[in-house]
Design a protein around this ligand. Structure first.
Ligand code: SF4
Length: 73
């Protein structure tokens, strides 16, 4: 099976600031009180080592606003 790395992660509108994603992967997601989730400044360097956790966060986000794009560089 060929593994396609994560190329891009972004948050669509509608985040409810529940902090679930930043609890799972604090290296990638930053959620300040009552503010929409944003990516950490250094997020991209964690896309490869933390791919599974990022996918988990996207799957578990209650409003499904975490988007992931896969693909070769
Ligand atoms: S899990 Fe989803 S709704 Fe919750 S803070 Fe993260 S992006 Fe926002």
């Amino acid at each position: 099976m060929t593994y396609t790395p994560i190329k891009k992660v972004w948050i669509e509108e509608g985040c409810i600031s529940c902090k679930l994603c930043s609890d799972i992967v604090p290296q990638v997601f930053l959620v300040e009180d009552d503010r929409d989730c944003v990516l950490q400044p250094e997020a991209t360097r964690h896309f490869l080592p933390l791919a599974e956790e990022i996918e988990q966060a996207a799957e578990d986000c209650p409003v499904e606003v975490i988007q992931i794009e896969r693909g070769a560089e």
